[in-house]
Design a protein around this ligand. Structure first.
Ligand code: ATP
Length: 418
């Protein structure tokens, strides 16, 4: 039995907004599951339906195996934590934390002051216990809100971007605290965020949503190492995965060429990857390369490599990100959000292509995962350099490509399994 089960759950808001589209997903007992996606993808709506604050338009929600679509929120044994921490302003920190217990909710063997003291200790706010909320910083207020939710020991935590109002340092600190606290309480957590770092560091499993559609679900390693769609590949990881359009040309019994226009990479024919990609002979696919799959080498070195000229670079202290113009076609899936490299390189997204990539032939009738969005020519291929290595705009560079670390996606943006 799972703690939360969603079976083909949809939510349509007035005005025909399809916020959640036939979502099926389980959250196991004791699991910390993060719902990840950009603003407006339907994350909060999912959470609110599990909390009982919204009713599904279609599909079933089960809590502990019991049908729960119509169960009132207070009967769900769930605690919700929002990004704005609505504390009672006239009450002290201690009274805020103890309030749910005083309402007569479960408290086990603990007395209220004891439970409040333990909770404040666990959250590192024991010395603030007599203060009022307006005498606290944002981070301290959020700790109190956490304490108030945790003190009841609910079976299920529903958290909606609880850290997004905090500064970066506090966020990092509270990330670890939240995940260790809820694990200590043996609670199940459904946690909503648009922040991939939170997702990858806190989650047992991550579910990636896009426009109300579940794209992928798996452990942080699984979704990062084997993203199910191009969208997930681009959403997870900094810098964003390089996604390049390539034509597949098979040279039977010899190799499979990934043709980027002016240059190509070759997969050995006898390699499993070569065989999988060979099925797309004569078609365009998208090849994904994370920055870590690339390393500069001296020109003329044996092995697979790509050449380009430095268009620009960014010093980040511990590393320099180098953007090479390699004269290929880069894909940026729609909905990925910020595109700092586009702005910097001066090129603009040419248009929004819905239904097909340029050069991919007939528009598809398949609705999901197809909407790939802006495409631009003259790709920048981003890779990392250690700091202090001299680099100049316009400099020619050859990067070795770690062929085993490449990802392949078909024209619908779906992973090509190898
Ligand atoms: P954010 O991170 O910005 O909170 P989200 O991923 O949580 O975004 P939702 O709040 O679930 O997204 O919204 C999903 C879609 O449903 C959006 O298009 C939103 O405008 C719409 N929506 C949400 N609530 C309502 C409502 N009460 N009435 C109409 N439309 C709504």
């Amino acid at each position: 039995m799972t703690a939360v089960t969603l079976k083909n759950v949809s939510k349509v808001f007035p005005g025909d907004t399809l916020a959640v589209d036939s979502l099926s997903m389980d959250v196991n007992h004791g699991e910390f599951l993060v719902l990840l996606g950009p603003s407006g993808c339907g994350k909060s709506t999912v959470l609110r339906m599990v909390a009982g604050l919204e009713t599904p338009s279609d599909g079933d929600i089960l809590l502990d195996g019991q049908y729960a679509n119509d169960l009132p929120p207070r009967e769900r044994n769930a605690a919700m934590i929002f990004q704005t921490f609505a504390l009672y302003p006239h009450m002290s920190v201690g009274d805020n934390i103890g309030f749910p217990l005083k309402l007569g909710k479960k408290n086990g063997a603990h007395s209220v002051p004891e439970a409040v003291g333990d909770m404040a200790g666990a959250l590192g706010i024991s010395d603030l216990i007599d203060r009022k909320p307006n005498q606290l910083s944002g981070g301290q207020q959020q700790r109190v809100a956490m304490g108030r939710a945790l003190v009841r020991r609910p079976k299920l935590f529903l958290m909606d971007e609880p850290l997004s109002n905090l500064d970066i340092g506090l966020r990092a600190e509270l990330r670890t605290e939240i995940s260790s606290l809820v694990r200590r309480h043996d609670a199940t957590t459904l946690y909503v965020t648009h922040d991939q770092t939170e997702a990858l560091t806190m989650a047992d499993r991550v579910a990636v949503l896009r426009k109300g559609v579940l794209q992928d679900v798996g452990t942080p390693d699984e979704v990062y190492e084997r993203p199910a769609t191009m969208y997930v590949a681009a959403f997870l990881g900094t810098p964003r995965m390089n996604l390049l359009e390539a034509r597949v040309n098979v040279f039977l019994d010899r190799y499979v060429a990934l043709d980027f226009g002016d240059q190509e990479l070759r997969l050995p024919w006898h390699d499993l990857r070569g065989r999988a990609v060979a099925r797309y002979h004569g078609e365009n696919i998208v090849v994904g390369m994370r920055a870590e799959a690339l390393a500069p080498v001296a020109e003329g070195q044996p092995g697979q490599s790509i050449q380009g000229r430095v268009r620009f670079y960014e010093h980040h202290g511990h590393e320099t990100l180098v953007f090479l113009d390699i004269g290929a076609t880069a894909i940026i899936p729609d909905g990925i959000g910020d595109k700092p490299d586009l702005a910097r390189s001066g090129s603009k997204p040419r248009r929004r292509l819905t239904g097909l990539f340029s050069g991919f032939g007939q528009p598809s009738t398949e609705r999901r995962e197809v909407d790939t969005g802006p495409i631009r020519k003259s790709a920048d291929l981003v890779f990392r350099l250690p700091p202090h290595i001299p680099i100049a705009t316009g400099q020619p560079i050859t990067t070795a490509v770690h062929m085993d670390a490449l990802h392949y996606f078909d024209k619908f943006g779906k992973r090509i399994d190898v």
